[in-house]
Design a protein around this ligand. Structure first.
Ligand code: SAM
Length: 280
């Protein structure tokens, strides 16, 4: 039996099978489901065979008022599930004020791990994941967008942001102008039929997208690498040697030989060689 609490429940970002057993258990046992859009979430609940649940909408414009309903429900022994349209609630989705007000009211908040476009994209980006910054949606106005992108010029972390299909080309034009040599990964329609990962130099991204209108369809997460992080543990002449040797020899062999000669960890060289090979 579940404890009375507010449960933060991630839902699929495309593939409806991407929901955890625990998320299903919470949704099945919930006495109240607070959803960003109740009609949208009913599609998922139907697919899970969950019906007849008490639901309330919870979005940016009514969060405070909804928080008091949620607090009362939990204090009366209820189980509340907070869900958004897709992915993890609170990550560029409603829920922050609900969680803040619940914690102030001593209501237990239980977060469930699960789908999140930001993390899914980062994992597949082939860019460093040890240090990253999530920037939400980029500004729409050109001046603010330009300033935001300029702020990444000397970043020593991977920057990740959400973008819409309508704006992806314009945004990448600006990113390409300001950060031409940065590696970017455009993660499109993840977990869906047309899932694609485009790994390129920022200066080439907008042109690449414009070449085929299918490439701009759907939802995007963009990851921008850092020039500082890239290959930081491997000196430039070794990087150059790898680039040449992988043209004619297997990646593993190149990593083994160069590791013997330089004393650099085999694994670091292997990962770098793979990365360079995939870029070709
Ligand atoms: N809270 C959600 C999460 O955790 O993934 C994100 C909500 S935000 C309002 C929606 C944005 O996430 C989309 O505009 C897109 O940038 C990104 N996104 C969501 N699902 C995606 C997918 N399947 N593939 C690529 N990007 C996705």
């Amino acid at each position: 039996m579940l404890d009375s609490a507010l449960y933060i429940v991630p839902t699929p970002i495309g593939n409806l099978d991407d929901i955890t057993l625990r998320a299903i258990e919470v949704l099945k046992n919930a006495t109240l489901i607070a959803a960003e859009d109740t009609r949208h979430s009913k599609i998922l609940l139907d697919k899970l065979g969950i019906s007849g649940k008490k639901m309330i909408s919870c979005h940016d414009h009514n969060e405070e008022q909804r928080a008091s309903i949620i607090i009362d429900e939990v204090k009366n022994g209820g189980i509340v599930a907070l869900i958004s349209d897709a992915g993890s609630p609170l990550i560029n989705d409603p829920g922050y004020r609900v969680v803040t007000l619940c914690s102030k009211a001593d209501v237990r908040v239980v977060p469930l791990p699960g789908p999140c476009a930001l993390i899914t994209a980062l994992e597949a980006s082939a860019l460093p994941t040890d240090k990253f910054m999530f920037l939400g949606f980029f500004p729409v106005k050109e001046k603010e967008l330009t300033e935001k992108v300029q702020s990444l010029e000397n970043a020593d972390y991977t920057a990740v942001f959400y973008e819409t299909p309508r704006r992806i080309v314009d945004t990448m034009e600006i990113v390409g102008k300001i950060l031409p040599e940065h590696d970017v990964t455009l993660c499109r329609e993840m977990t869906k039929t047309f899932e694609s990962f485009y790994r390129l130099k920022a200066k080439d991204a907008a042109t690449f997208l414009k070449e085929d209108s299918d490439r701009t369809k759907g939802e995007f997460v963009v990851a921008i690498g850092s020039l500082k992080q890239e290959n930081s543990s491997v000196p430039a002449p070794v990087v150059k040697a790898i680039s040449e040797l992988i043209k004619t020899s297997p990646v593993k062999q190149v990593a083994n030989v160069l590791s013997e000669l330089t004393g650099i960890k085999k694994n670091d060289l292997y990962n770098l060689a793979l990365e360079l090979k995939n870029k070709d």
